[in-house]
Write a protein that binds this ligand. Structure first.
Ligand SMILES: [Zn+2]
Length: 285
């Protein structure tokens, strides 16, 4: 089982070896860990937040936690963002992370184009953002619609975009249709189903996603939103809930199928979301 969405936090944190033990205790054998945040997001006192230092730290951490890919948290609106993308791709980072907390997604367009050229994936936050400023308007799924024209970009939207999960599924329907029609000029969208969805909304959100009539089972990535001080009990809770909901969906995947639509076989959705889809997303052939 792999976990796409783990945040490195500054300050006291488990060494990679302890982190690895804790993930294994939850059955998580790999995934991705995000570097600490850029200064423009949050100033962490006493922490070196220069991009070089943040990149080196996450590379070093993951080199001692086999199976985990280092992902660099970038502010796509800073003046040297494109320079950062090129330098960081050279350093061996596996992907980029963006949270639109003080800008609209489209403000980072040039940076996303540069990321697409590196062939590395881009992991966005989406959904309500619990920070100290008004920022949720930057994170509604439809604000990411323009990404359809970012040629070659593989990107994910996190947290099933809660509370806008239905809007997320609608966006996927459009982008996926365009990608299937003419993949050369388009981006490819993935669902990062890391919670954010409170448990009571989880079943609805996953059912909307899988049963809306789009061919999307290869575009789902599972995650926990744990910190690098990993919490195995928390991870196990979500794994067990999601596995149960997916088994329920797989048991009767075609109840909303309209005549003429493809029949869905969803018997492998848990395995795809927690393992196989990771290779496609990270570009491993
Ligand atoms: Zn997160």
């Amino acid at each position: 089982m792999q976990d796409l969405h783990i945040h490195m936090h500054p300050g006291r944190k488990d060494p990679p070896e302890t982190f690895k033990e804790k993930t294994l205790a939850a059955g998580v054998t790999g995934g991705a860990v995000f570097s600490i945040v850029p200064e423009s997001y949050r100033v962490e006192s006493g922490v070196d937040q220069r991009w070089q230092a943040r990149a080196e730290q996450i590379l070093e951490f993951c080199s001692r936690a086999p199976g985990f890919r280092p992902v660099f948290f970038i502010d796509p609106t800073v003046s040297d963002a494109i320079e950062q993308v090129h330098a960081i791709a050279e350093m061996g980072i596996a992907g980029f992370k963006v949270i639109c907390n003080h800008f609209y997604p489209v403000d980072g367009l040039k940076t996303y184009q540069a990321i697409a050229e590196t062939g590395l994936p881009l992991i966005f936050h989406s959904g309500v953002l619990y920070n100290k400023q008004p920022s949720s308007d930057y994170n509604r799924p439809m604000s990411y619609e323009f990404l359809m024209d970012v040629k070659g970009l593989r990107f994910s939207l996190a947290h099933v975009s809660w509370p806008w999960s239905a809007e997320l599924v609608a966006l996927f329907g459009k982008l996926n249709y365009l990608d299937q029609k003419a993949p050369e000029g388009r981006s490819r969208m993935y669902f990062d189903i890391t919670p954010g969805t409170p448990p009571i909304f989880r079943r609805d959100a996953l059912r909307w996603m899988y049963m809306c009539g789009f061919n999307m089972k290869h575009r789902v990535l599972w995650g926990t939103d744990c910190r690098s001080n990993f919490d195995p009990e928390y991870a196990k809770f979500w794994a067990s809930l999601d596995k149960k909901i997916m088994a329920e969906i797989a048991a009767d995947p075609n109840i909303y199928r309209v005549p003429g639509q493809d029949l869905y076989d969803y018997s492998d959705i848990w395995e795809l979301a927690t393992e196989k889809n990771f290779d496609d997303f990270f570009g491993k052939k």
